[in-house]
Design a protein. Structure first.
Length: 94
């Protein structure tokens, strides 16, 4: 996975420095970021992750789409889905 999940955990940690959500301190495959934070924290996570991906690849990888804020479809409902979502987006951008 080339360290992507570790970088995603770092992005989440940075966001959690501001929101201080106890649920985000222990990352498990079933972690539900969507319900643990408000919409501004989700935006912060998207921006932090996009910046990290751009720094790594030199190319902007957009992550926001119609599913991010959808309570039933969001890849942020499960950590493992979020990792897979970011991997797909990064692969599509290459």
């Amino acid at each position: 996975m080339d360290g992507l999940e570790d970088r995603l955990k770092e992005a989440l940690r940075r966001v959690n420095e501001h929101v201080q959500s106890p649920e985000l301190e222990q990352v498990t495959p079933d972690l539900d970021i969507f319900d643990a934070v408000d919409s501004m924290a989700i935006v912060d996570l998207l921006l932090e992750t996009e910046a990290m991906l751009e720094e790594q690849s030199g190319a902007y990888v957009p992550l926001a789409d119609e599913t991010i804020f959808d309570a039933s479809k969001s890849p942020l409902k499960r950590w493992s889905d979020w990792v897979a979502f970011v991997e797909r987006r990064r692969a599509d951008a290459d």
